[in-house]
Design a protein. Structure first.
Ligand code: AKB
Length: 317
């Protein structure tokens, strides 16, 4: 039976992953942890919760020992835009946290899942249908921590046989918890503003394509890869995964089908635009499809319909 510790459990992915995993593995077998107890009541009240600062290895080890954890899902991380505003904090948290998790996993025989990102690619990477194995020279601190993290995960598997798995997530779109300072966040904010004010000012320029994914597909990807037959995995870490690639005009057009009065204009943020310009337009995720049957369900139209329905209820509109 899996006993799973999730770090960063009150963040955008964590707050949904905890509930998704509790449903599959049982409430008592999924231990949520976070640096503060500030966030989703559902997560805090439906099963075990521990305060864990991933920069404190003893706190990770204590939670692992207390609950006899055998699987760690490590999500605590600083995203791209916040990382550019504070590169030192991004390096310290993203590298220090991952290192501590891998060490605790090695000492306690745990397997690990941790996400990388499309940010692990850079301006010299092929932009369209970016291959699984290609040039990785990112130009952001967040991206540098993601490539370094991919290498560190490979190292712990090859050197210490720690079963570390992961995907390169694109921008994740969800309605439960807001993302915390990424470049792709516009594709979440646009839905909130469409419902609240019927207008949105995009900080990302027209014509900028980035990969995106709806949260239900992301949650399924995590569990599918954790449960995948290791004999089939040639890559193990840092699988390209994607569901859709669009630019701001396309998401606005899709929203207009449901809210005809919706209008969008632009006030481009040079920092986040620069980050977006350094990332791929679209990924080739065939390795994930071949090795563990990755097969997302939501495209832009299906996601937009669901997001608008769910958010209207949440925002009481
Ligand atoms: C970000 O925009 O920083 C994240 C990511 C793509 O990793 N959403």
């Amino acid at each position: 039976m899996r006993k799973i510790l999730i770090t960063g459990a009150l963040g955008q992915i964590g707050s949904e992953l905890v509930m998704y995993m509790r449903n599959i593995y049982g409430n008592e077998n999924v231990i949520a942890s976070n640096i503060t107890a500030d966030g989703s009541k559902k997560v805090l009240e439906s099963g075990p919760f521990e305060i864990v600062n991933v920069l404190n290895p003893q706190q990770i080890a204590d939670a692992v020992n207390k609950y006899k954890v055998n699987t760690i899902v490590h999500l605590a991380s600083i995203l791209s835009a916040v990382g550019e505003a504070n590169p030192v904090a991004a390096w310290n948290l993203n590298m220090g946290g991952l290192f501590n998790v891998l060490e605790v996993a090695k000492e306690n025989g745990c397997s690990v899942f941790t996400p990388s990102s499309i940010a692990a690619f850079g301006p010299s990477t092929p932009k369209d249908k970016t291959p699984q194995d290609t040039v990785q020279r990112p130009s952001t601190m967040y991206g540098i921590t993601k490539v370094s993290g991919e290498l560190l995960c490979d190292y712990y598997f090859k050197r210490f046989n720690v079963d570390v798995r992961g995907v390169r997530f694109p921008g994740l779109i969800s309605y439960e918890t807001l993302p915390g300072g990424g470049t792709t966040d516009y594709a979440v904010h646009i839905y909130y503003e469409a419902i609240k004010n019927k207008k949105y000012t995009s900080y990302i320029k027209e014509g900028t394509y980035m990969d995106m994914m709806y949260m239900p597909d992301a949650l399924e990807a995590i569990v599918k890869l954790i449960e995948a037959d290791p004999k089939r995995l040639k890559h193990r870490n840092a699988f390209n995964v994607t569901s859709m690639s669009f630019e701001p005009e396309e998401i606005a057009r899709e929203i207009k089908k449901h809210i005809p009065e919706f209008v969008m204009d632009y006030d481009v943020d040079p920092i986040r635009q620069g980050i977006a310009d350094s990332w791929p337009n679209s990924l080739d995720d065939s390795a994930a499809r071949e090795e563990w049957d990755w097969n997302p369900k939501y495209d832009l139209a299906a996601m937009t319909k669901d997001m608008l329905e769910k958010l209207s209820v949440k925002l009481g509109k």
